[in-house]
Ligand binder design. Structure first.
Ligand SMILES: Cc1cc2nc3c(=O)[nH]c(=O)nc-3n(C[C@H](O)[C@H](O)[C@H](O)COP(=O)(O)O)c2cc1C
Length: 358
């Protein structure tokens, strides 16, 4: 009996196994419109046997993109382009999910393989937005969002959730991690506002909770909403596990179904202690203390490791990123290692039969 390869049901959506594709920006869109690359990239992981295929961060607006080549979910052209990708994922028996995002003060950058630095205006960059005029490391300082900006941003998340639904996605994940806009509001390192959106923990959570609530309201009652958080800034005086547990309790109260527990990304001088499954203890604590399903992520690479995380009750699912880049068939290889039979697509059945089959 493998937990990794047992289904998990969130609301009325049953995900066939607990290997989730962690969101991964591909920086390969024009005008936020996904293309053949995304079909093959996400489609391969669906054929590879992942239960939930989450897209990369899809921005709610042009200025919310990390780079000009990020995916988006603000236009009808994007909906039309996501549709065949979503259909292909579903046709493989996987569940399609979308990560909905705004990059805040970490927007307007170059592609990582071009150095990933902030883009000047004349190179296609733009003025970024954030809770306060505090820069991330040596990035340009953002413009502090006005109450009208905040209202527009909540509306943009709501609108994007509606478009994602039109595209056929069954799971929506709100990106509140990695130093992007919602995390910036949560963390005292980036949020020094004097209004009701800054100061106390309750005030810092107010805007991210308004966004999560808007997405929850726009998303059908039979479909799940996930929220990805950074459980720690890995820096003294920053966002921490205790605050994350409080945030998870609030998210649960507004109907969020699962917390996807990552960490870091909001302090250029963070001191992360890396190691296999290094973020799993955060996920376990949130699951235990907030009583909400969680996904664990970060340096989960081995089938037995993934199975152990679930079997010891530390998480309800695992998200894999780089291991799935190296091997889109990771779930198939993991199933074999754990002694689980996993049906191949009809087109590939002959790889599993005959004297040279497995
Ligand atoms: C190429 C790449 C792109 C990523 N893009 C995103 C993203 O769009 N949204 C997000 O929440 N995390 C993103 N991440 C982080 C991953 O989802 C994951 O949390 C991280 O890589 C740790 O998991 P891993 O050790 O399995 O790679 C990205 C990671 C990689 C390697």
């Amino acid at each position: 009996m493998s937990l990794l390869f047992s289904p998990v049901t969130l609301r009325a959506v049953t995900i066939p196994n607990r290997v989730f594709v962690s969101p991964m920006c591909e920086y390969s869109c024009a005008d936020g419109v996904p293309n053949d690359w995304h079909l093959v990239h996400l489609g391969s992981r669906a054929v590879g046997g992942c239960g939930l295929v989450l897209t990369e961060a899809a921005s709610v607006s042009p200025e919310g993109r990390i780079t000009p080549w990020d995916a988006g979910i603000w236009s009808d052209a994007q909906v039309a382009a996501w549709k065949p990708i979503v259909k292909f994922i579903r046709d493989q028996g996987a569940v399609p999910g979308i990560q909905i995002a705004h990059a805040g003060r970490k927007a307007s950058c170059d592609k990582p393989w071009n150095g990933g630095k902030p883009l000047a205006r004349d190179a296609g960059g733009w003025k970024t937005l954030g809770p306060s005029e505090i820069a991330f490391g040596d990035y340009p300082a953002p413009r502090a969002m006005t109450p009208a900006d905040l209202e527009a941003c909540v509306a943009a998340f709501r609108h994007s959730a509606g478009l994602a639904l039109q595209a056929g996605f069954e799971v929506a994940e709100v990106h509140a991690a990695h130093g992007y806009l919602l995390h910036e509001f949560l963390s005292p390192l980036s949020n020094r506002r004097a209004d009701e959106f800054g100061g106390s923990l309750a005030n810092r959570m107010r805007f991210p909770l308004a966004v999560a609530r808007a997405v929850r309201e726009a998303w059908p009652g039979d479909k799940p909403v996930l929220v990805r958080i950074s459980a720690s800034d890995w820096k003294e005086g920053g966002w921490d596990l205790e605050s994350s547990i409080a945030f998870a309790r609030e998210l649960k109260a507004i109907g969020v179904d699962l917390i996807d527990v990552s960490s870091g990304g909001n302090a250029a001088d963070q001191k992360i202690v890396l190691g296999p499954g290094y973020q799993v203890p955060f996920a376990a604590a949130i699951r235990r203390e907030a009583g909400i399903p969680v996904a664990a992520v970060g340096l989960i690479t081995e089938p037995v490791q993934a199975e152990h995380i679930l079997a010891t009750g530390q998480a309800d699912a695992v998200c894999l990123a780089r291991a799935l880049l190296r091997d889109p068939y990771w779930p198939r290889h993991a199933a074999k290692a754990l002694g689980v039979a996993m049906a191949w697509p009809n087109q590939y059945k002959r790889c599993d039969t005959g004297p040279l089959g497995r």
